[in-house]
Design a protein. Structure first.
Length: 100
């Protein structure tokens, strides 16, 4: 299990007409990660002030799709795809040349 930081809606979902988001720690089993990609809309939320103030404006976010048996569960975590993939052990620098 790998610890990451998830961005999710706060219990009181709006504040002054804006959606309020919060951060919480989550533990992910890398075996259940089906796909991951850059979460650009979350970056827009950061620039619009909808995310916690202690996040730097240069921060990036990754959306993870997790297998839950017969369904998928999506979460957004703090970090670029490269950093998150490396932390989950999903990226390797071992390149292999394929021959006929």
């Amino acid at each position: 299990m790998i610890k990451l930081v998830e961005i999710c809606r706060a219990t009181d979902a709006t504040f002054g007409g804006k959606r309020v988001m919060q951060m919480r720690e989550v533990y992910i089993n890398p075996v259940h990660v089906v796909c991951m990609y850059d979460d650009a809309p979350m970056k827009k939320n950061l620039l619009e002030g909808r995310l916690p103030e202690d996040l730097d404006e240069r921060q990036s976010f990754t959306k993870l799709h997790l297998n839950q048996g017969q369904s998928l569960y999506q979460i957004t975590v703090v970090g670029s795809m490269g950093v998150v993939g490396e932390k989950l052990g999903l990226t390797t620098d071992k390149r292999q040349l394929l021959h006929d």
